[in-house]
Design a protein around this ligand. Structure first.
Ligand SMILES: Cc1cc2nc3c(=O)[nH]c(=O)nc-3n(C[C@H](O)[C@H](O)[C@H](O)COP(=O)(O)OP(=O)(O)OC[C@H]3O[C@@H](n4cnc5c(N)ncnc54)[C@H](O)[C@@H]3O)c2cc1C
Length: 224
């Protein structure tokens, strides 16, 4: 999996801090823009803690994500407050087998071999259909959830906070969880205040909405 930020709102913490300060001030925007960083960042932190998250909608991030499975992107695109562009299986013919192997299968040599043989067989069948004149849009019906894909995603920071809360959780599926943690690592470098407390509720709020006591991250104070 490769995850990169290819574009973002310049100085996202500052832009959102100005928006946050403006909501509680008699000052004009140009006066607020002159406030020092320390004042602005403390206002932003306070407003985020209060849950007034509309101010962080002013910051957007565009990610280029490659080498992930269609199983992952099917889950990703359920996050509606975002924009997506995904490699098409109608316009792009992927003749060679490109797929993701889940770690649980990868570490079992026998199952891994069976899985790889099945993938090779699927792609042979896919190519056979194409050779017989079946269009890409129909031949792709035999391709698996494991098929690799590339996608570009743009989300604003509020939507990202929601995404991280749901998908950094140990209860989320392993591949989208890995993606979520990588995305969080990237945005934190650019907007450390907005994403200071981002992540699953067990780490950011100290409680587990899933009530999964067997989870290694289950908050200690919630244990009976
Ligand atoms: C562990 C896990 C398991 C899951 N299992 C399943 C499953 O078995 N089956 C399944 O179908 N999905 C499943 N999902 C997907 C889940 O139900 C959500 O569709 C997905 O996580 C997107 O979340 P969201 O709606 O908060 O995000 P977004 O679509 O980005 O929405 C963000 C927020 O905007 C608001 N919003 C957006 N659209 C509307 C609307 N139409 N009306 C009102 N408010 C809106 C809501 O407050 C929402 O939280 C699972 C998700 C997780 C994390």
């Amino acid at each position: 999996m490769d995850v990169r930020i290819i574009s973002h709102t310049p100085d996202p913490d500052r832009v959102c801090a100005i928006a946050a300060a403006l909501t509680h001030s008699k000052k004009k925007p140009e006066e607020i823009e002159r406030l020092d960083d320390e004042t602005l960042m403390s206002i932003l932190s306070r407003v985020i803690d209060l849950g007034h998250l509309s101010v962080v909608e002013h910051a957007s991030f565009t990610f280029a994500i490659s080498g992930v499975s269609r199983a992952l992107t099917h889950q990703l695109v359920r996050h509606r407050i975002a924009s997506y562009s995904q490699q098409s299986q109608r316009y792009v013919r992927i003749e060679d087998a490109r797929y993701v192997i889940p770690p649980s299968i990868e570490r079992n040599e026998g199952l891994r071999k069976d899985f790889e043989e099945l993938m090779e067989r699927i792609w042979r069948e896919y190519n056979r259909l194409l050779e017989k004149g079946i269009p890409e849009e129909d031949a792709r019906y035999v391709l698996p959830n494991a098929a690799k894909t590339n996608i570009i995603v743009t989300m604003n920071a509020r939507s990202l906070l929601n995404f991280f809360e749901l998908r950094c959780c140990m209860h989320a599926q392993w591949e989208i969880r890995e993606l979520a943690w990588r995305m969080l690592g990237e945005v934190r470098k650019i907007a450390p205040i907005i994403f200071k407390k981002a992540g699953p509720p067990c780490k950011t709020k100290g409680f587990c909405p899933e009530k999964k006591e067997e989870c290694p991250w289950y908050p200690k104070r919630d244990r009976t």
